[in-house]
Ligand binder design. Structure first.
Ligand SMILES: [Mn+2]
Length: 376
C-alpha cells in the first residue's frame, strides 16, 4: 500500500502557487491509485488567517477519494485545523497523538507541541503503538551533530534526538519543519526524512520540489516531482578574466540551467532566477551588457526583475594574477602534451597527465586553477 507524504505547505491566499502544489500532489496521487495523503504540519502560513482555508477545502473537495491526514505544526493551532473543514469527510485532523493502521505498518501521528522534547510524548504513546512495526509522523527539529537549521525559524522546535530512535520496531520517521528535502539515499541517522516544502516559499527554497510516496509493505520510499506553477533558482557565478570571459560565463549559465532538472517550458514560463556574479573581468561593462542580453534571450525571468548583480566583480588590475594565470595555463598545456620537464626528476622523465577518463578533463582543471587564482 502506498501513502503520499508532504509537509510545510504554508497555505496563504497571497501565494496561490502553494494551493496549486497541493492540488498537483492530490492529482498525481489519485492517478497512481493512492488513497492517503499525510501532511506533517505547517499546513497554514499564518495561524488564524481564515482566508487561507479555501486553499485546503477546494483541493480536498476536488479529490474526495483521498483521505488527507493532518497534524498541526508550529504555524498551525489546533483551533484552525479543527475549524478549517469540519464538514469534509476526507479530512482527518489529529490534535492528539493518534495511531492509524495501514497495511503492514502502524503510523503514529504526533501533533506539534511547544517547549517539549518529542521523546516525552513518544514515551507516553508507547502502549498505543504495541509491538507492531511503526512509523512516526511529527513536526520539529532532528538534533544530531549535523543539524540542518531552519533559516526562517531560530531556536529549537520539539526536538527529536538520535537516541530517541531506539524505540523497538520504529521503521521510519517523517518530520515536517525543515523545508529543505532530505536526500532519500541519506536519511538522517538512517531513519529520518524531511519531505520538505512541496512549493518553494521564496528564493531560499530553490529548484523543483517533491512529495514522497511510502510503500508500507516494502518500506520503500520514492519521490515525485511537484508540477509547480512557480519555481525559484538562486545562482552564483564566477567570472574569470580572459578574452573569452563572456563565453565562459555564458557556458556556465547554460550548464546551470541544464543541471536544474527543469524542462524548457518550466524554465521559460515558471522560473524566477536570482543571479549574482563574483570574480574579475577584463571588460566589466561589456560583460554586464552581454550577460543581461543572454539572460533575456534565455526567456528565464529574473527574480523581482532584479539583477544580475555584478557588484562583486572587479576589473583586473594587478599584474601578479596575470602572471600566475599565464604560467599556470602554460604548465597545464605542457602537462597535457607531455612536454613539461619536471623540476627535480633525475630520470629525466617528462611529466604527462592523462586528462579525461578517470581524471578530470583539462577544461575542469583549467577552471579550478583560475578559480583558485581569482576567487576572492
Ligand atoms: Mn514550516
Amino acid at each position: 500500500m502506498k501513502i503520499a507524504i508532504s509537509a510545510d505547505l504554508h497555505l496563504n491566499p497571497n501565494y496561490p502557487e502553494r494551493t496549486d502544489a497541493l492540488e498537483d500532489i492530490l492529482l498525481q496521487a489519485e492517478s497512481e491509485g493512492i488513497t492517503n495523503l499525510i501532511i506533517a504540519g505547517d499546513l497554514f502560513d499564518k495561524d488564524g488567517d481564515t482566508s487561507a482555508y479555501d486553499g485546503l477545502r477546494e483541493p480536498c473537495r476536488n479529490h474526495p477519494s483521498i483521505l488527507v491526514h493532518v497534524i498541526p505544526g508550529n504555524h498551525d493551532s489546533d483551533r484552525s485545523l479543527l475549524d478549517v473543514a469540519p464538514d469534509l469527510p476526507n479530512l482527518h485532523v489529529y490534535i492528539n497523538p493518534h495511531v492509524e493502521i495501514f497495511k503492514s505498518i502502524a503510523v503514529l501521528f504526533l501533533p506539534y507541541r511547544e517547549g517539549i522534547p518529542m521523546n516525552d510524548v513518544l514515551l507516553e504513546c508507547k502502549e498505543m503503538i504495541g509491538d507492531e512495526p511503526w512509523a512516526l509522523i511529527a513536526h520539529g527539529d532532528f538534533i544530531s551533530r549535523v543539524r540542518e537549521p531552519n533559516p526562517r525559524e531560530k531556536g529549537i522546535y520539539m526536538p527529536l534526538k538520535p537516541g530517541d530512535l531506539n524505540h523497538p520496531n520504529l521503521r521510519q520517521v517523517f518530520l515536517g519543519h525543515i523545508h529543505k528535502p532530505t536526500p532519500l539515499d541519506r536519511p538522517l541517522a538512517g531513519k529520518v526524512l524531511h519531505p520538505g516544502s512541496p512549493q518553494g516559499l521564496d528564493i531560499t527554497e530553490c529548484g523543483p520540489r517533491r512529495f514522497l510516496v511510502y510503500d508500507t509493505e516494502s518500506g520503500g520510499i520514492s519521490e515525485r516531482k511537484v508540477n509547480s506553477s512557480k519555481i525559484f533558482l538562486n545562482e552564483t557565478f564566477l567570472s574569470i578574466p580572459s578574452c573569452h570571459e563572456f563565453d565562459l560565463l555564458a557556458k556556465a549559465f547554460k550548464t546551470r540551467l541544464e543541471e536544474s532538472n527543469l524542462s524548457e517550458s518550466e524554465l521559460r514560463e515558471k522560473t524566477q532566477i536570482r543571479i549574482r556574479v563574483e570574480g574579475y573581468a577584463l571588460k566589466k561593462d561589456e560583460l554586464v551588457v552581454s550577460f543581461r542580453k543572454l539572460i533575456r534571450e534565455s526567456g528565464v525571468s529574473l527574480y523581482k526583475e532584479d539583477g544580475p548583480n555584478f557588484d562583486s566583480v572587479s576589473t583586473v588590475s594587478d599584474p601578479q594574477r596575470k602572471i600566475l594565470t599565464r604560467d599556470s595555463l602554460c604548465n597545464l598545456k605542457e602537462l597535457a602534451e607531455g612536454t613539461l620537464k619536471l623540476p627535480h626528476d633525475e630520470n629525466g622523465d617528462q611529466g604527462k597527465w592523462d586528462f579525461g577518463q578517470d581524471e578530470p578533463s583539462i577544461e575542469e582543471v583549467r577552471m579550478a586553477v583560475l578559480e583558485a587564482i581569482y576567487k576572492k
